[in-house]
Design a binder for this molecule. Structure first.
Ligand code: DAK
Length: 258
């Protein structure tokens, strides 16, 4: 993690903040930055001292998409052989909660990366869009699926078929983001929420995140079944005993992550 060229990683107690750091290229997501990002997320996902992630960019751009310069001359076979989708799938498998703190442009792959996060905090200046159509292509890292589920069919169609960007306020109304805050506070607010989640019992957080994500690829029946299994499983945790006992004793619970 020491020789990262495109990311700045900082730790504050149980929260790891990962900042995309290719400012001259508007944080365009080239293969190198995506490789670093996925490796860091996986490494910290295994670190018991880290309980939540904040993923951010800079004030001007969260990320302006996949690196167009890296893709412009690629053939279909080269794109296939680069197997970039595998990296995105690995982000999907991260177990700890990821909070995206978004300011400025979150476009194309940048918007898709934001939608891989579990919670999204936007600054008033954030702009979300899937402008791939303007380049002769279409979203390739989940945009047609995740944006549609987040904002509904008609707005997703408009954004993807015209390339129109939406403002933070519009994103809030459409249900794409959790909160819009002044630009001075977007990172702070995401870190505050990450700390709040990091203070919860980690096994319950992990199993709840897993169950929510499962709702995207299953029927309600199978999803409920999955939820129930995770619910039962929590009765095997020390934290469950502690949480309920602390309530009865009228004291604050002390979580062990066991
Ligand atoms: N790629 C490469 N460079 C980019 C870039 C990008 N996406 N976005 C910006 N830059 C670079 C610019 O080229 C410029 O570099 P220099 O000319 O200084 O060398 C620098 O960043 C500053 O950008 P601008 O001069 O354009 O700054 P402005 O403020 O005027 O405009 C902008 C900001 C964000 C509106 C504009 O830069 C822009 O429209 N950028 C492109 C946005 C876009 O079309 N994004 C979608 C890209 S396609 C996949 C997964 C995902 C994807 C594909 C495959 N696999 C898993 C296989 C996703 C595809 C996409 O995202």
């Amino acid at each position: 993690m020491n020789d990262l060229k495109n990311l700045i990683v900082s730790r504050d107690d149980a929260v790891a903040t990962i900042q995309l750091n290719r400012p001259k290229a508007m944080n365009a997501l080239n293969i190198e930055i995506m490789t670093e990002l996925v490796d860091v997320l996986e490494e910290l996902d295994q670190d018991v001292d880290i309980r939540a992630f904040v993923l951010t960019g800079n004030e001007r751009a969260f990320a302006a998409g996949a690196d167009i310069k890296e893709m412009a001359d690629a053939t279909a076979v080269e794109m296939l052989m680069r197997d970039q989708f595998a990296r995105w799938d690995r982000i999907r498998k991260i177990k700890k909660p990821i909070i995206a703190a978004v300011s400025g442009f979150a476009l194309g792959g940048g918007c898709e990366l934001v939608m891989h996060a579990d919670i999204i905090i936007a600054s008033e200046t954030a702009k979300f869009g899937q402008p791939e159509i303007l380049l002769g292509v279409m979203p390739g890292a989940g945009g047609t699926q995740r944006l549609t589920r987040a904002v509904g069919k008609t707005l997703a169609m408009e954004m993807i078929l015209t390339g129109r960007q939406i403002t933070a306020e519009e994103a809030l109304r459409a249900g794409l983001v959790n909160k819009v805050v002044p630009v001075e506070f977007y990172l702070e607010e995401a870190q505050r929420m990450a700390r709040e989640i990091a203070a919860q019992p980690p096994i319950a957080v992990r199993l709840a995140k897993e169950a929510i994500l499962r709702s995207f690829d299953t029927t309600i029946e199978m999803g409920l079944e999955f939820e129930r299994k995770n619910f039962y499983l929590l009765f095997a945790s020390e934290d469950m005993r502690e949480g309920m006992k602390a309530f009865i004793d009228k004291r604050k619970a002390e979580w062990k992550g066991k």
